[in-house]
Design a protein around this ligand. Structure first.
Ligand code: BES
Ligand code: ZN
Ligand code: ZN
Length: 499
């Protein structure tokens, strides 16, 4: 779907569907919606009077008799209460409106800039949220459906704005939304594909593709390479899988760079739990256990457009976590890349194992900061649900910037404490440290485990509990939400604004 902006009047713009909006409790619409209402001889005011539509956030109503304007249909979307209105609400309203347009089988859609009028929000922020909500709401993973694959395809969405002087800001907002949504949708596609398609080698070839298009360096290790490099934890997890593991390294060198930031993404393409086997109910969701890797790849893919003044080292340890004659057993001990012994008492702790080798690799490369993203713990889902990711780490400023980056694109991050008091829970019995079960405080314990490997490098860990939604939400249909990708893109883009 192409998203753009045009200068003009809503009543004169010709399209299949025109989107306008209404705050909750408004009886007589003003601004652009008011102009459309007048041209329609009060059709919108009528549905309000008849109490068919109250303007509740995300509610939509379709006006089918559109004599008086150039659109075939009008969709009115509710913006909710004025007091609790901001970019997140704009995103949700835009997403619901575009879905109604999909149901109407529209191809050419145009709409009002949500929030710029009485909403009182800057045109850049309104346009970014309107365009991002539209792009994310419209997304559907249909590649594997043989029927009606293209039935919901909207060709174009235009924001129609009367005042020419707002247009440059609106276009900038749309540009930023495009950058973010491309990354989020790329990550969603990777996560939504099944594990028999997205294998470690598939992730490696995606990385090679990104490198080729941008001139980045790309290095891939296979099983033998992983073992001989000394990544004993990644090699251990990979032992149970007949599918070949990969260690993926992508390097972006910036012409005017100061620092190097490592982005580490968990790339478990299927997590059966290993011999600490998961219950079969819902196990199929564990194809999403490479959501961290997807977010990192998505962000790296956007780097040529963002041009951040930093060097980036993207690292993705990628493998399945399986059972089999060669698989590791609970209680086995392995040695990490930096020489620590680890007792694996629960083989379902594979995420922290593979991440630790990757983090140790980053420390060895003398990076200035490490950000890791991983679907690490069910406990984080328990703590925060499926709309919020957990963030923990050692560097307040890094964490605050990541939270702000998430806020800018509708990805909510909530900081959890890296409580050292739980340190005893990862002390090894036969080895230095242990990877073990237990859901109480699990998100914290998982992070504390990784902390053993970061040394004194500033570090943030994002537990992507919200990588998948099990039911439709406004911004994502059932399946991958692409969490983390938008946050990383906004975070990298913020380096351009401030440095
Ligand atoms: N991939 C899972 C975590 C997960 C669970 C992510 C549910 C998203 C939804 C991870 O590898 C795992 O299995 N973690 C265990 C750790 C436990 C054994 C300490 C868990 O959360 O149960
Ligand atoms: Zn696991
Ligand atoms: Zn896992």
């Amino acid at each position: 779907m192409h998203i753009g902006a045009v200068q003009g009047s809503l009543t004169e713009h010709s399209c299949d569907v025109l989107i306008v909006n209404l705050f909750e409790g408004v009886e007589s619409p003003g601004g652009g919606t008011g102009a459309v209402d007048r041209a329609l001889s009060g059709a919108i005011s009528d549905v309000i009077k008849r109490d068919e539509f109250q303007g509740k956030l995300g509610d939509t109503i379709v006006i089918r008799d559109c004599r008086g304007i150039q659109a075939d249909r009008v969709v009115v979307v509710g913006l909710g209460k004025r007091e609790s209105f901001g970019p997140p609400e704009i995103m949700r309203a835009a997403a619901r409106a575009i879905r109604t347009c999909q149901q109407l089988k529209a191809k050419w859609v145009a709409g009002i800039l949500h929030g710029a009028g009485v909403g009182g929000i800057e045109p850049f922020d309104c346009a970014r949220a309107t365009a991002l909500g539209t792009a994310l709401g419209a997304y559907e993973h249909t590649r594997l459906k043989t029927e009606n694959r293209k039935s919901n395809n909207i060709e174009s969405f235009e924001i129609v704005e009367i005042s020419a002087d707002k247009l440059p800001d609106i276009e900038r907002g749309i540009g930023r939304a495009e950058l973010v949504s491309e990354a989020v949708l790329y990550a969603r596609d990777l996560v939504n594909e099944p594990s028999n398609v997205v294998t470690p080698e598939y992730l490696a070839s995606a990385a090679r593709d990104i490198a080729e298009r941008s001139g980045m360096e790309c290095r891939i290790l296979d099983r033998a390479g992983i073992e001989s490099a000394g990544m004993g934890l990644l090699a251990a997890v990979a032992r149970g899988s007949a599918v070949e593991p990969r260690f993926i390294e992508l390097k972006h060198t910036s012409a005017n760079a100061g620092k190097t930031i490592a982005l580490v993404g968990k790339g478990i393409t299927f997590d059966s739990g290993g011999y600490s086997l998961k219950r079969s109910e819902g196990m199929y969701w564990m194809k999403d256990d490479m959501a961290g890797a997807a977010a990192v790849l998505a962000a790296m893919r956007a780097v040529p457009q963002i041009k951040p003044p930093v060097n980036l080292l993207a690292l993705i340890p990628a493998t399945e976590n399986m059972i089999g004659g060669n698989a590791i057993h609970p209680g086995d001990v392995f040695t990490s890349l930096d020489g620590k012994t680890v007792e694996v008492n629960n083989t379902d702790c594979e995420g922290r194992l593979i991440l630790s080798d990757a983090v140790a690799y980053a420390v060895d490369r003398k990076v200035d900061a490490i950000i890791d993203l991983a679907t690490l713990t069910g406990a984080c889902v328990g703590a925060l649900g499926r709309q919020i990711s957990g963030i923990l780490g050692t560097d307040d400023e890094l964490i605050e910037r990541l939270i702000a980056a998430g806020d800018a694109c509708g990805e909510k991050l909530w900081r959890l404490p890296l409580h050292e008091g739980y340190g005893d829970l990862i002390k090894g019995h036969t080895a230095d440290i242990k990877a073990d079960g237990g859901s109480e405080g699990g998100a914290i314990i998982g992070a504390l485990f990784i902390k053993n490997f970061v040394g004194d490098v500033p570090w943030a860990h994002i537990d992507l509990s919200s990588s998948v939604t099990k039911k439709d939400v406004d911004l994502a249909r059932k399946g991958a939400v692409g969490a983390g990708a938008g946050t990383l893109v906004e975070y990298l883009a913020s380096h351009c604004d401030s440095e």
